[in-house]
Design a protein around this ligand. Structure first.
Ligand code: ATP
Length: 300
């Protein structure tokens, strides 16, 4: 059974449609990517999933059931706008939040200590939030979202404002949550994070779902338009090969834009006839390229 099933949800604010009939399913132990430009409808969708606002129509099911107290306790939320109390001690507010979600004080305390250790900051237990840097406050916000071991975690821009070391730390934690069976609905503008974490995605554009499905399958549907050619020396005549649209010289060799994958073989043969080739790859489109194409095209 799906952890989360969203079926044709709509949300209107006055005459502005914020979410126009989006459906998707998230399996247990899956990280699902919700993508879209600013204002596309991601946060509104997440708020509906969280039960903070109601859809005008459509249904949301949590492990097959509709929203109730038990579902609320099974949800965790990392909001885009961080919402901790600056003057309150980390331990007081995290334990309070965990208790609101049905956890005993003792378990909450134990979990909080585990997570602070996990993030390498056990000394924050007794500190006020305002005493921590922005990035470290974010770790505490992350702990607030997962302290009660929710089965479904909703993360809006989970890694924004973090340095690269802490991005890696939180990323590994998100994978750990997934591997322990939690389902994660994940929104971000950082496509490389989606490529690394998400199995299935929805791209929203101006409130509408415009591209949806398994990320690997989506990538197969888009043509390969780039060749990476690693060479030791110059290669002459690459721009004359049929199907080659553009040739860029880099430190490592060449990057070629092509309009036909069949250009690959003659490009490789031409290079091999002139020098050693240490890398040759007809690249899959990146999610970033797919995103720009999709959103650009439907914009037109
Ligand atoms: N409470 C509200 N009242 C009126 N309009 C709203 C409200 N909430 C959202 N909207 C509108 O709905 C649309 C979708 O907004 P939403 O915040 O869901 O986008 P988003 O994809 O999360 O954007 P971002 O990436 O900038 O966070 C926007 O046009 C926004 O202005």
């Amino acid at each position: 059974m799906n952890a989360l099933s969203v079926e044709r949800i709509f949300k209107q604010y006055g005459d502005k449609t914020a979410v126009n009939g989006i459906s998707f399913d998230v399996a247990p132990g899956e990280i699902y990517g919700l993508l879209g430009a600013n204002g596309a409808g991601k946060t509104t969708t997440m708020r509906m999933v969280l039960g903070l606002i109601y859809p005008d129509s459509g249904t949301i099911r949590y492990e097959g059931k509709s929203y109730g107290k038990e579902q609320l306790q099974g949800l965790g939320y990392l909001p885009e706008e961080r919402g901790l109390y600056p003057k309150v001690k980390v331990s007081d507010q995290i334990i309070y939040l965990a208790q609101l979600r049905g956890m005993s004080r003792r378990d909450a305390d134990q979990n909080l200590r585990y997570w602070l250790e996990r993030f390498g900051v056990p000394e924050y237990y007794g500190k006020k939030v305002e005493e921590l840097s922005k990035g470290n406050q974010q770790k505490i916000q992350f702990i607030a979202a997962v302290i009660h071991r929710p089965r479904i975690v909703i993360m809006d821009e989970a890694f924004s404002g973090l340095d690269p070391v802490n991005v890696e730390l939180l990323k590994s934690t998100v994978k750990e949550l997934r591997d322990s069976g939690s389902s994660i609905l994940f929104s971000t503008h950082r496509m490389e994070h989606v490529e690394e974490l998400c199995r299935n995605i929805t791209i929203l554009h101006r409130s509408n779902p415009v591209l949806q499905g398994n990320l690997k399958a989506i990538k197969k549907r888009f043509p390969r338009e780039r060749i990476i050619l690693g060479t030791e020396d110059d290669v002459k005549g690459l721009e004359k090969v049929g199907g080659v649209m553009n040739v860029k010289r880099h430190e490592y060799g060449y990057e070629l834009l092509i309009n036909d994958e069949a250009a690959g073989r003659p490009v490789l043969e031409l290079a091999l006839a002139q020098t050693n080739v240490n890398r040759f790859e007809i690249m899959e489109p990146t999610l970033n390229e797919i995103f720009i194409k999709t959103v650009g095209e439907s914009h037109e």
